[in-house]
Structure formats: C-alpha cells, structure tokens
Design a protein around this ligand. Structure first.
Ligand code: FUL
Length: 488
C-alpha cells in the first residue's frame, strides 16, 4: 500500500516536471558575452560612425599650424563668424558630432575662461563678449547633433606650464567647459608635445576623474583611451585588421616608443581593454585654415577611400573642417563634404540581400537563424552552437544580381570575435572567390569589382565561440564610388 503511494507521488512529480524539462530544452540558449565588451557610452559613440573636428584659433589669422603662444588675442577677429553655417555643413555631410578646439597648443581659449587673459575676451570678436564654445554648443543642441571639446594638454602660452600648478590650471578649465555648456559627448586629449613639454608631468588620472564626475556619458579620447583610441596616423586609415581590443596600460600618451603604440592601428586580438578606434584626418592638408590650401581640399575619391578605411574597418571617422578668417567653413569644403555624403547614401540605399532567406550550416536555435543577418535589424543576430569556430552562410538572390559592395557586422555588445572570412559568389554555375579579410567588429565594408551572381556565400572563422553575425548587406555602388580593394 505504502509502496503504491510512493510510486503514485513519483508519477505525479514526473508529470509536473516533464513539461518544464521540454521547455528548457526548447528555450533559446542565451549567448554569453566575451570577457571584454564595450561600455554603453562606447557603443553609442561607435554608432555615430562619422563625426567632425573644427580646428579654430589664432592660427587662422597667422597662417600657422602650431601657434607659439605669443600671439596677441587682438588678431583673432573673424568678420562673419556663423556657427550655424558650421553645423549645417556638418549635418548635411552626415557628421553626427562636432569636436571644437576650445584651446589648441597656442593656449588661446575660444571661451572667456576666468583662469587666463589669453582668450576671446581680449579679442575684438563681439567686443570681447563672445564665447564660441557657447555659441557652438547651443547650435549643435538645436540641430540635434552631439558636441565635444578638444582641450590641448600642451600649452605654449600659460606660464605655469611645466610645473605641477599647470595641472590645476588644466583641471579648472576642464571644470569650466564641462559645467557651463550642457552635454559634452567627447573630450579629446591630444598627445602632441613640443620642446617646452619636457618637464611636464600631466595628471591624466586626475583629468579623467573630473570628466567622469561631471560628464559621465562623455567618451574620453587619447592615444590610450580610456574609451576611444588614436589609430596611429592622421591619414584617416584604420588597419585592415582592427580589433577594438588593446591593453591600454601598455600605451604611453604621446610616446611613440611605448610597447603598445605599434598596435594602435590594428588593436590586439587578446587585448584586455575595449578601445574604439577613431580615425582623425583633415579635409585639407592642414588642420587649420590656409587660403593657399583652398585648391587642395581632398577629392571625392580620396574621401571615399578614407570612409571605407575608417568606418569600413570598425572605426569612427573624425573629419576636420577648419573655418577661415571670415569665421566660415570654406565653400569648397562644404561642397565636397556634401558630395561625399550624397555618394555614400546612394551606394548604401538598397540592400540587395534584404529579406533573402539566408541559410547556414550551423545555428544555435530558431531564435538565432541565419535569416537574422538579412532582416535589416541590428538587434537580431545569427549565432552558432557553443564551440563552433567556423561556419558557412549562403544568401540566395533568387535571380542574377550585380553587386560590388559588401557590409558585415557583429553584435559587438557580446564582444568582438571574427578573425577570418572569405566571400564567394555563384557565377555561371560555379563558386568564385570575391573577397577575404580578418576582423569585422561593428562594421566591415568591402569594395569588390562588380560581379553578377545568383548567390553569395561566406565562410567565417572566429577567435571566441560561438560565432555571431548581426547583419550582412550587399550593394551596388553609386557610379561615382568606383574604388576596389585588394585582397592579398
Ligand atoms: C595633433 C596636433 O598637433 C595637431 O595640430 C592637430 O590638433 C591634431 C588633431 O592633433 O596632435
């Protein structure tokens, strides 16, 4: 009798538990993020893709690239300065944030800092009542674009420079800029140093603490981050391999001989820190305006090459536009930027892979199907089973389709994983090689010769499993976008 009772209870228990077991087996097996992932502020920053630099100071009036700090504030006298013209040019050019040189190496401040006389308050601009940081921050807010500041640590004017008192001076100015001008989205700390910098020990830790305290959402740029890193050149090119991973402790700011420096351009596959790459480059040869460079604005072809080698290689493009003596961005620069954006928009307008039924030889569960790569949403992604480090995905077009641009993306909130990929196209009944590469990250763009195919397939390998891909895009470029990458 007692035996029967026990077995009855066991059966009841099994009946209760069984559906739960089945449910657990069917439940999507959540993907575990890798050990190093981006902070939300880094993710938001990377999504901006293209942003602007504005280099403006006394240099526009002396025709120099580096002022020596002896310039009189009286020479700073733009006759038609219009920050709305700057913002419009950037916005029309698709640039989503503007970083202003509030103070460059010459020490002249574009805002009326109470810690120095070397500023706009002693210039003829608006009778000494002007504040370009204020004007620009407000214009950016009104236009719905982000605003950042460049505050040069190297200062060739401030008498305290070279002593520890200078750190207080720099911090006081940081506090002014980070409290009086609304939201600041990026703080740019230049590593450049000249002769008078030999004895200066910057308190970078202290500077960073103030930024985190006053503008916790702002990303901090320097050679070594902590959020955004320099790419090691001013050409606007990221490495063909570009990990957002690096050991920031190995990089000395402004020290080209520090051990980690050579990895700035490529990152490190096993780096312990997440550092988004930022490619800084000027639309002209110089960072500041020189009338002699009006005819040397970068060509459309050059700007497109920069775009594919920055945004297209998992980095953010920071493009500089220097206002002239009038206080306007020169017409040639405005026109070229507009032309560049029109062509990029045209190239990526129609995704030929959208809603095509992609199939893969590996997938984790029905929540992580290959079709997630062609659904037009970066929120969903294709994932393989744990332990799988190579998989193939095939996208049928349904008919012969001509394309010459490929866009790949990983869901980087789970870390950066892909370290090799090959793309093939199905042409006249056989698979042909079209492209290959190493890293993908947030975005990887490939420029190939036009190919007409009925299907495309990719073999992708990863460093950390499972393999995750969020989006695959296939495009036919604008007739003005003709570059082709080499695949060695
Ligand atoms: C460099 C500076 O020396 C240049 O003048 C410019 O500001 C560039 C963005 O960074 O280090």
């Amino acid at each position: 009798m007692q035996k029967n009772c026990i077995s009855l209870r066991l059966t009841q228990l099994l009946l209760l538990v069984a559906p739960l077991v089945v449910q657990a087996q069917n439940a999507p097996k959540a993907v575990t993020p890798l050990a190093v992932t981006p902070q939300p502020r880094q993710l938001a920053y990377q999504q901006l893709e293209t942003i602007a630099f504005i280099h403006y100071t006394v240099n526009a009036f002396t025709d120099k690239e580096w002022g020596d700090g002896t310039e009189s504030p009286k020479i700073f006298n733009p006759s038609e300065l219009d920050v709305k013209q700057w913002v419009k040019a950037c916005k029309d050019g698709g640039l989503k944030q503007i970083i202003l040189t509030a103070k460059h190496h010459d020490g002249f401040c574009l805002w009326p800092s109470k810690y120095t006389e070397h500023s706009i308050k002693n210039s003829p601009y608006k009778g000494g009542k002007g504040d370009i940081v204020k004007e620009l921050s407000e214009a950016c807010k009104e236009a719905g674009i982000k605003f950042g500041i460049y505050l040069s640590p190297w200062d060739r004017h401030e008498p305290a420079y070279g002593t520890s008192t200078y750190n207080d001076y720099y911090k006081n100015q940081l506090r002014e800029l980070l409290t009086n001008y609304g939201e600041i989205s990026e703080v740019w700390m230049d590593g450049a140093k000249g002769e008078n910098a030999k004895n200066m020990e910057y308190d970078f830790e202290g500077y960073r603490a103030i930024i985190r305290e006053l503008q916790p959402k702002a990303v901090i740029f320097s050679d070594a981050g902590p959020d955004v890193r320099w790419m090691g050149n001013e050409k606007g090119f990221a490495g063909e391999t570009n990990w957002s991973l690096l050991d920031k402790s190995s990089i000395g700011i402004g020290q080209a001989n520090s051990p980690g420096y050579k990895f700035l351009n490529t990152g490190q596959a096993d780096g312990k820190d997440w550092l988004v790459g930022e490619c800084d480059v000027s639309i002209r040869p110089g960072w500041f305006y020189h009338a002699s460079e009006d005819s040397k604005v970068k060509s459309l072809e050059h700007l497109l090459d920069i775009y594919y080698k920055s945004v297209g290689r998992n980095a953010v493009l920071l493009l500089n536009l220097p206002p002239d003596r009038r206080g306007l961005i020169h017409e040639n620069d405005v026109e070229r930027l507009k032309e560049f954006r029109t062509v990029v928009t045209e190239t990526f307008r129609t995704n030929l892979a959208l809603n095509k039924s992609a199939k893969a030889d590996h997938f984790r569960s029905k929540e992580y199907l290959a079709q997630n790569t062609t659904d037009g949403s970066s929120k969903t992604f294709w994932a393989t089973e744990d332990g799988v480090s190579q998989a193939m995905i095939t996208i049928p077009f349904g008919r012969a389709t001509t394309f010459d641009r490929i866009s790949l993306a990983e869901p980087i909130e789970f870390g950066q994983r892909v370290n090799t990929f090959t793309v093939e196209a199905f042409v006249d009944g056989k698979w042909e090689f079209v492209a290959k590469g190493t890293t993908i990250g947030y975005k990887r763009l490939l420029r190939i010769k036009p190919v007409t195919a009925t299907q495309v397939r990719m073999t992708i390998g990863t460093a950390g499993t499972p393999l995750l891909i969020s989006e695959i895009g296939i495009y036919k470029a604008s007739a003005k976008d003709t570059g082709v990458d080499e695949f060695k």
